[in-house]
Design a protein around this ligand. Structure first.
Ligand SMILES: *[C@@H]1O[C@H](CO)[C@@H](O)[C@H](O)[C@H]1NC(C)=O
Ligand SMILES: *[C@@H]1O[C@H](CO)[C@@H](O)[C@H](O)[C@H]1NC(C)=O
Ligand SMILES: *[C@@H]1O[C@H](CO)[C@@H](O)[C@H](O)[C@H]1NC(C)=O
Ligand SMILES: *[C@@H]1O[C@H](CO)[C@@H](O)[C@H](O)[C@H]1NC(C)=O
Ligand SMILES: *[C@@H]1O[C@H](CO)[C@@H](O)[C@H](O)[C@H]1NC(C)=O
Ligand SMILES: *[C@@H]1O[C@H](CO)[C@@H](O)[C@H](O)[C@H]1NC(C)=O
Length: 341
């Protein structure tokens, strides 16, 4: 049996934000952050289905117009916006005039499947920096050969795997979003080896049983909540010295019914997280806890509803025995050992 333990304890800088804040995952789509000063000559011809603004000539806007396939992209276009269509297909040749110049490709909110993305399309883009592919129907990642890729978003798809080796040459990749897919721990083995500047990885809302292996030590944000993770491998977090944000467990609730020991010491918790009533050992020393609420331990109190907690460490917090409500003994009837200092 594995316990959620030493890992968290060893990383002082990990702040388990999720526990403190009931956090709504809000993904926002900001398509308006255009690079400035992109006026180029000669101005590209615009595809008649799309708009190319006079003051941003290297961009072509083809979003939100019921397109079923990607239109031919004219020479000179670097930023291509195709979100919010019903696009099902990318036909060979559409990018032929921009294979080494296209930098942004935005395909969010379409109906793309792997089967209908022909060879000779994304697999020819050698200068792509941003690939936004969220809210489609792909089952396997689509990765361009570009070594300049810095941002990859494929959330809300049907990815069942992310094979190792796809990202090995992506030296500038800083951000990967894969939340809301169907990835398992086995299917992502080795996936994130390579990108040495990776700062942010979101694999939340998948089917992982453990934290992703082999992630770069540059990582600052790792979101892996809403998976089936019930342990952190020994030393896992020691290999991530830059980590600042870790989300592991659904907001506020350590509701893993099999868990008997939970170590969240040396974090920045300000309250005692909700735990399941079967938990026996809870280590919360060296946090910033300043209140003691029985609801963290017992939702109901009855002859059969009570906390099985035996050992509770609360030393090195801002709390003393006097913060305990008098009725605690009913809920914490098995707690033989509660440490305040
Ligand atoms: C693609 O490039 C060829 C050769 O430069 C040119 O003749 C053609 O018009 C271009 N097509 C588009 C759609 O820009
Ligand atoms: C995408 O496909 C689904 C079913 O395959 C369909 O219901 C939906 O309307 C399509 N979306 C668009 C924008 O065409
Ligand atoms: C990576 O980024 C640096 C700094 O922006 C840039 O100089 C370099 O050319 C990029 N590498 C690739 C392969 O695009
Ligand atoms: C906790 O888990 C149990 C069993 O898995 C489930 O029935 C219950 O709804 C969960 N409670 C919360 C608050 O998520
Ligand atoms: C726990 O309390 C709830 C609400 O009072 C009750 O419905 C439930 O039967 C109790 N469970 C046990 C195991 O006593
Ligand atoms: C500790 O708790 C006391 C009383 O609950 C409060 O006045 C004080 O500001 C707290 N100190 C810190 C550092 O949170």
């Amino acid at each position: 049996m594995s316990f959620l333990s030493a890992g968290i304890m060893l990383s002082l800088r990990v702040s388990l934000m999720t526990i403190l804040v009931g956090m709504a995952l809000c993904q926002y789509y900001d398509y308006d952050y255009e690079p400035v000063g992109q006026v180029q000559a000669p101005s590209p011809k615009c595809n008649q289905e799309c708009d190319c603004p006079i003051n941003f000539r290297s961009a072509m806007y083809c979003d939100s117009r019921n397109l079923k396939f990607v239109p031919v992209v004219p020479t000179g276009i670097q930023y291509l916006y195709l979100q919010n269509n019903g696009i099902e297909e990318i036909k060979a040749g559409v990018f032929d005039n921009v294979t080494d110049t296209l930098r942004w490709l935005v395909l969010d909110n379409n109906n793309l499947t792997n089967a209908k993305i022909e060879k000779g399309t994304i697999d020819k883009l050698t200068a792509l920096e941003k690939l936004f592919f969220s809210h489609n129907l792909i089952t396997e990642p689509i990765i361009p050969p570009s070594k300049s890729l810095d941002e990859l978003k494929m959330m809300h798809n049907k990815l069942t795997k992310f094979p190792g080796g796809l990202l090995t040459d992506k030296e500038n990749l800083t951000s990967i979003n894969l939340q809301y897919n169907e990835l398992t721990s086995e299917s992502i083995a080795g996936a994130f080896k390579g990108p040495k500047k990776l700062l942010s990885l979101d694999v939340s809302h998948n089917k992982l049983r453990k934290l992703p292996a082999g992630v770069p030590s540059s990582l600052e944000m790792l979101y892996a909540d809403y998976n089936e993770i019930d342990s952190i491998g020994a030393g896992y977090l020691n290999k991530l010295p830059a980590l600042q944000y870790l989300r592991l467990i659904p907001a506020g609730v350590f509701n893993v019914t099999s868990l008997v020991e939970l170590d969240l010491s040396f974090n920045k918790l300000q309250s005692i997280p909700e735990i399941n009533e079967g938990l026996e050992q809870l280590y919360l020393q060296a946090n910033e806890i300043n209140k003691f609420e029985l609801t963290s331990f017992c939702k109901y109190i009855s002859p059969l509803n009570y906390s099985r907690l035996k050992h509770l460490r609360l030393d090195a917090n801002n709390i003393t025995h006097s913060n305990m409500p008098p009725e605690y003994s009913n809920c914490l009837r098995q707690a033989s050992d509660i440490m305040f200092e």
